[in-house]
Design a protein around this ligand. Sequence first.
Ligand SMILES: [Zn+2]
Length: 524
Amino acid sequence: MIKLRNYQEDLKQLIRQALKKSRSVIACAPTRSGKTVIFADIAQKMQAAGKKVLVLTHRSEILEQIIKALSELNISAGQIVSGKFITKNQIMVGMIQTVHNKLKKQDKLKEKFRFKKFDIIEKPDLIIGDEIHHATSKTWKEVLLYFGDVPRIGFTATPERLDGSGLCELFQILVIGRNTKWMVDHHWLSEPVHLCPPSPLDKATLKIKMGDYDKKSQSEIMKKHIVCADVVKSYRQFFDGAPVIVFCCTIEHAEQMVISYQKDGWNPVIIHGKLTSKQRNDAMEGFKNGTYNQLVSVDLIGEGIDVPVCSGVQLLRKTQSLSLYLQMSARGLTPVHAPGYDLENDAQRKQALMEGKPKSIILDHAGNYWIHGSITKVRDWSINHKKRNSRKVITIKKITCPKCKFDWEADIQKCLHCGYDFKTAHKQRKEFQMHELKDKLINVNEIEQVEAESLSKIILRIKDYKNSKNAMFAILHQKIKDNEGGLQRKIDAMCNGLGYKEGYKHRVWSHLREQYGDRMDRLA
Ligand SMILES: [Zn+2]
């Protein structure tokens, strides 16, 4: 018997309410929030009510996990996988590709024999789709539309397709459960630590192909010997033997990485779509049981696959797809809670996570952070189509640590990597600039020491404004209101300090004179 956690129960209620309004509902819940458990629970309730459920997935590894979750609820589910006899259980779990093929075959048989009752796959009362962001592919679409009048629930952490297109053709309502930030704050997930070492892709102009950065041209840069060596060096520095998933651009790139890890004495394993499913399973098993240090992946995101041992990821591929970015980065968040604690209790769960796996490192060698932002950022999801490239490109202001060259968001106080103190350095730089400016003002305008000091402060402050001209005018208006004399030379000094041209000083003066008239002459 599985007891749903509170946030899982809440999501289930949201789904139930949505199903009263529409037959097609998408449930958005973060990676590793236990979606399998939720739909196993739903399936169990349906079975008890004498109804049939068809669960669909696109990966055999996930299928096995679902079967396992169901068997923990004492449900023996039938499987629809290629090469296996299809039983007729109340709860069926099928590979989407196999289900698609069988339905086609079923149609042909029906046509041939005109025998309406012939069903290889029986019509279910509910369809549950896992990792539903794949659902706009032809196979998914055809299967879901085949059973068009059957209610369906799709689960995903990222309710838009990897290419950014919407899911509104197949689903009407989107319900959103707790987000990643909440899950991290409440110790249900390990805390992500995003690190951006200097990226070799930073200065490269990458071609766009099929709506994303061309993998081949990235691969050319990323598989250079020196780049691979840097990646391995970072692995040693941050993970030092702990299991990580490495996301590469192409198979050649991944093979190059495997060699580089091996040269450094590690034991990596490669995984990609061209391997047989046995080879893939062996690689996964070896990774889970600690045989391999790195699971070097090409195009396999590993969605839904439970790998608590994974300490983090190395992103060696740049993508414009938010969905892909989040899926890759979240691989290491699967928590490990130390045994002996009550996980329903906040304080105990926190302690269990501290003793288990408190953090997961995302080592982003491709600069994805600067395109998409933090994985815990709260996002507005929508199942509607977005116009191509209409996703707002976030430009996050970044600052490079002068000591270790890691990139950080501009407001960081201290480099989390080498400890460089940005704040003190910034203050020192400002003080230095002020002295320089003050000397310059005294020389140029022969203003007194005190006045030069206060003017330099003002100039340095308004230099940071986006519109420093407006800021300067605001200050001048105030000085006029306060009847401060020596206005002419103050305007000169400010314009000099802000780097405006000679002619601009006169424009400022005449502009103010227009407004204040003779008063300006008295204050000159
Ligand atoms: Zn640093």
